[in-house]
Design a protein around this ligand. Sequence first.
Ligand SMILES: Cc1cc2nc3c(=O)[nH]c(=O)nc-3n(C[C@H](O)[C@H](O)[C@H](O)COP(=O)(O)OP(=O)(O)OC[C@H]3O[C@@H](n4cnc5c(N)ncnc54)[C@H](O)[C@@H]3O)c2cc1C
Length: 556
Amino acid sequence: MPCLVETHEVANVARELADYNTYLSDIALVEAVAREGATHAHQALAAFGRLTGSADHIELGVAANRFPPELDTHDRFGHRVDLVRFHPAYHALMRTAIEHGLHSSPWTAPGPGAHVARAAHCYLHTQVEAGHGCPITMTFAAVPTLRTTPALAQAWEPGITARSYDPRNVPATEKAGLTIGMAMTEKQGGSDVRANTTHAYPVEGGGTGTAYELVGHKYFVSAPMSDAFLVLAQAPGGLSCFLLPRWRPDGGRNPMQLVRLKRKMGNVSNASSETELRGALAWMVGDEGRGVRTIIDMVALTRFDCVVGSAAGQRAAVAQALHHCSIRAAFGRVLNRQPLMANVLADLALEQEASLALAMRLAGALDRQADALEDLLVRMMTPVGKYWVCKRTPALTYEAMECIGGSGVMEDSPFPRLFRESPVNAIWEGSGNIQCLDVVRVMRRAPAAIDAVLRELDAAKGANADLDRSIAALVRELADESDLEHRARDLVERIALAFQASLLVRNAPAFVADAFCASRLAGAGHRNFGTLPRGVDCARILERATPRQDAAVGAR
Ligand SMILES: Cc1cc2nc3c(=O)[nH]c(=O)nc-3n(C[C@H](O)[C@H](O)[C@H](O)COP(=O)(O)OP(=O)(O)OC[C@H]3O[C@@H](n4cnc5c(N)ncnc54)[C@H](O)[C@@H]3O)c2cc1C
């Protein structure tokens, strides 16, 4: 009897999608970056694409999620420490993000294309790992809110925008770089922050820039190892915004105590905590009683980053599906040449390209916000995009997983992580309904924003009959002011689809734009993925979207 019998040869299986250039092999991204004004960032993005496509960097994302953060509330002698410990891979991801300015570049080097270049970098890094993006986003987004109170901005902004990652839990004055978190949500109300019960007691008379003591709890505080937090609390004059550092100026710990870390289904590498504020010192940002108005600038940018992040999650999933199906064969043909699979893959690729186009158009509008029309577009399309792109991601991710077959469900595949991450962006920073209600608020308070959106759509008029019909129907729907809240999701979805279609019609190849319009705007609208109508050139869509690992796209 032989002692070792070969049972089979491993054949017809895919290989890792690694050691490739995630930027240069993403044609739609390269085009969007140029279109939205960030050509100057092309070389930097090409280098970042090589890094983020490398096997070593991809492995950091795996490890940061395999070994989740742990909380030590006390040291072994019984002293309170409130320390979150992370795997070195998480720190490596944070360091890469901060050293590349993903937390700050539009503030330190503003100018044409600054937001676009940053968004593209974030898009690439999120494909490696999404969880660390939370503190990166909050740090980035905190700056406009802090600037409402110049004395605080002067003290904190240099550390916040520095390109040094310094994870030590020591006072901010001793650190080379700072990160910022946000604490709004309480048990009795997240969307409705007016229900906050955390109280702020003035210690020096009260008012903008002065110190208060905060007493209460916060039910969700992500990145609790941040150096300071923007917090909402009830001051004598109403709900107000505060900057709460981890350390007090006298060198003592500020009593923002971590009760426990959340056990999350996704976003595992990122710590999210429940906290108690036991007289924590904090400084008022903006005017007393104007807390929501003050923090809304931060919230708007975190919502924008959710759009970018979900577009990135979609790309990560679709790239895996396209790659796998370009190698694996079944029933005598490589899967991407089986007509029905080609339909599914092309449909996924269309969805993803439309998400990217919307995200990058928003980034371009942020760069051009001095223009009133672009400003109105940001106001209207941020909640539209947050609702639509984030909400499309779980269905897309699941369908991409199915393209892999059974191995896609296994924990050693990237899909369980991508799938568990996929609903998060839709829920935090204002869930779906909240985004739609925000759109209704914009329509009522700033009707010029509707004109700004219609103007954008008009630019594509005449190029595609399905889009023309959709725009005409949308105009009728927007003119009808009855039952707006009841109809809000329907309205937002119509705006999102018409906006994405107009971007593709003007900028993408006709085989992409026409397929998108035919499948999303005509007939019964979009159903499950893989229902593209006859006549769509799936092969060309796949050729455009499939990531390439060869040297021609700078993989090595
Ligand atoms: C992983 C994770 C991390 C988080 N990190 C933070 C953090 O760092 N800081 C922070 O402050 N928060 C954080 N949150 C909290 C998050 O922002 C809230 O969970 C979210 O805003 C929703 O609030 P809620 O959970 O209280 O739900 P609710 O406000 O109770 O909402 C429940 C549902 O009701 C809907 N709804 C609410 N009002 C209306 C209405 N008027 N009409 C129709 N529908 C409505 C909502 O859309 C939602 O679907 C985090 C959440 C998660 C999941």
